[in-house]
Ligand binder design. Structure first.
Ligand code: ARG
Length: 321
């Protein structure tokens, strides 16, 4: 498995200007209940991390929450696995100097959580199925990759509260839009339908297109390339990700929204680390409440409409040609 480790700078994110974005949905705006739950957990986080109640903690102690008692895979660091083929969640923004830097609202939230917990952020980049296995083997503290809280994953990770509400879509190319308008049109043996390995989109494909020729690929980028090359007919992709690729490749066409009952993104937390889970939920609640999450989404969308790269870097940290 290819794996790269970064100490995240996020300079590009900070430099980006704010942009109003139609598709941005922090979890609080569409899931008021989540906000309440998350806010409730924040107090719990302080209690767990400090061994004191909110009332007993001083401001200074709260600022240092977690540094003393949180156990992480590397002491003093928050190690986060991600799969940067997924703008606006995570991708590489190409700076003016031509160099790629990790960006996206998951990465901005990762930095926010690390800062909030007084830890240094370290990001491990792998394909999406690698994010799942890094969590399973407890090689990382968190997986942040637009991860759906799929109950089937509960044996290998814990889920944080939701921090973003996204949806699922079925995608094709303009040339084929007349052929593929419904699940029935796609559910045929001669129709090839793509989804990312290890993703819930694979489940959506087998559920909604059981008869079709389902093609599983490691990166969303590979799926898009196959669609554009005419080798694949349709694919199941997260809606905001499909829209982001559409900006670069207007020949992509979203056929329809696909129902899915575990909507929204949560953070995968190393199983058994209840203190970290509580602390992460506390940070998510803060980011939703203080407007940071909204800003991260706007910045990510702005950056994602500029020059970007989606995939893994080569050994020298450069974009793979
Ligand atoms: N939400 C989907 C899932 O949890 C897809 C996530 C893929 N993420 C990525 N960074 N490629 O299965």
């Amino acid at each position: 498995m290819k794996k790269k480790i970064f100490a995240l700078g996020l300079a590009a994110c900070v430099a980006a200007s704010l942009a109003a974005c139609g598709g941005s949905k922090p979890a609080e705006t569409t899931a008021a209940a989540t906000d309440t739950t998350a806010a409730g957990t924040e107090a719990e986080a302080s209690t767990t991390a400090e061994g004191k109640t909110e009332a007993e903690s001083t401001e200074g102690e709260k600022a240092a929450a977690g540094t003393g008692e949180l156990q992480t895979v590397t002491a003093g660091k928050l190690t986060v696995a991600t799969s940067p083929d997924f703008a606006p969640y995570e991708f590489y923004a190409i700076g003016e100097d031509g160099n790629p830097s990790l960006a996206g609202f998951d990465m901005a939230l990762a930095q926010y959580i690390a800062d909030d917990l007084g830890l240094e952020l370290e990001v491990v980049t792998v394909d999406f199925d690698g994010v799942l296995s890094e969590l399973q083997t407890k090689s990382v503290d968190l997986g942040m990759a637009g991860l759906s809280p799929d109950p089937k994953r509960e044996s290998i990770m814990a889920f944080s509260d939701l921090y973003y509400m996204g949806g699922q879509s079925l995608v094709t190319v303009k040339d084929k839009a007349d052929l593929y308008k419904s699940f029935e049109d796609i559910n045929k043996p001669e129709v090839s339908v793509g989804a990312q390995i290890g993703s819930i989109q694979m489940d959506l494909a087998t559920m909604n297109s059981p008869v079709a020729d389902i093609v599983a690929l490691p990166k969303v980028t590979d799926i898009i390339a196959e669609l554009l090359a005419g080798k694949m007919d349709a694919a199941y992709i997260e809606t905001d990700v499909a829209k982001s690729y559409q900006k670069n490749y207007p020949e992509l066409e979203i056929i329809m929204e696909v129902p899915y009952d575990q909507e929204g993104s949560s953070i995968g937390v190393c199983k058994g680390n209840d203190a970290l889970l509580a602390a992460v939920n506390g940070s998510i609640a803060k980011a939703l409440e203080d407007g940071s999450m909204e800003r991260f989404i706007a910045e990510a969308n702005e950056l994602a409409s500029g020059e970007k790269y989606e995939g893994l870097l080569d050994e020298s940290g450069q974009v793979q040609q």
